[in-house]
Design a protein around this ligand. Structure first.
Ligand code: SF4
Ligand code: SF4
Ligand code: SF4
Length: 187
């Protein structure tokens, strides 16, 4: 009888230890996956503009960490970040994006038709780079030097008075800093 009790007790102990080992291994694997996704997310601008084709930076980071996406889809982050993302993920996938060419391609920026604007401020609250200025109940304007053409204000405007226009380059508003954007706002 005592032998049976020792045998069952020993077996239970072995199962408990095995369970602990398996759970530690599973946690280590999870943390590894998490940390890659987190590191990727930390490199992305966090403005959730959707230009990469994913609903936000987190979704793109997840797809990248799972090897499902090319590393150079985030235009606001630019080519330097794309290189770092490719290194982290070991990704050889590359979408057909030429960042140098973008320097010379006319940009699309938002333009507000002030005569239709009621000054509700919804566009301003949505702009991830704080490119829109104006006070409540007065016409708002977009600063084309700051605008990254993300479309968020257009979706937010109840009056439908914002459109994207082509901004031909000239010296006064050439986008010298296309490789990075300064995030000042966003929700
Ligand atoms: S394009 Fe870049 S900033 Fe915009 S949602 Fe995708 S990862 Fe985020
Ligand atoms: S298009 Fe995007 S970046 Fe440009 S003003 Fe609208 S919300 Fe801001
Ligand atoms: S959301 Fe439209 S109506 Fe409201 S402030 Fe912006 S441009 Fe004007």
């Amino acid at each position: 009888m005592m032998n049976e009790i020792y045998f069952i007790g020993g077996l239970a102990l072995i199962l408990v230890v095995l369970g602990i080992i398996l759970s530690v291994l599973a946690n280590l694997a999870d943390n590894k996956a998490d940390s890659a996704e987190k590191r990727i997310e930390n490199l992305l601008p966090g403005i959730n503009c959707g230009q990469c084709g994913y609903p936000g930076c987190q979704a793109y980071a997840k797809a990248l960490s799972e090897g499902k996406a090319a590393a150079n889809l985030c235009r606001p982050a630019g080519s330097d970040v794309a290189k770092q993302l490719a290194e982290i993920t070991g990704s050889t996938k590359s979408a057909d994006v030429d960042y140098e060419e973008q320097l010379f391609t006319p940009r699309l920026v938002a333009y507000i038709h002030e005569n239709m604007c009621t000054g509700c401020g919804k566009c301003k609250r949505k702009c991830p780079v704080d490119a829109i200025s104006g006070v409540l109940k007065q016409g708002h304007v977009v600063n084309p030097n700051e605008c990254i053409g993300c479309d968020e204000c257009i979706k937010a405007c109840p009056e439908k008075c914002i459109e994207l226009i082509r901004l031909e380059h000239n010296l006064s508003h050439f986008n010298w800093n296309i490789h990075s954007v300064q995030i000042k706002n966003g929700n």
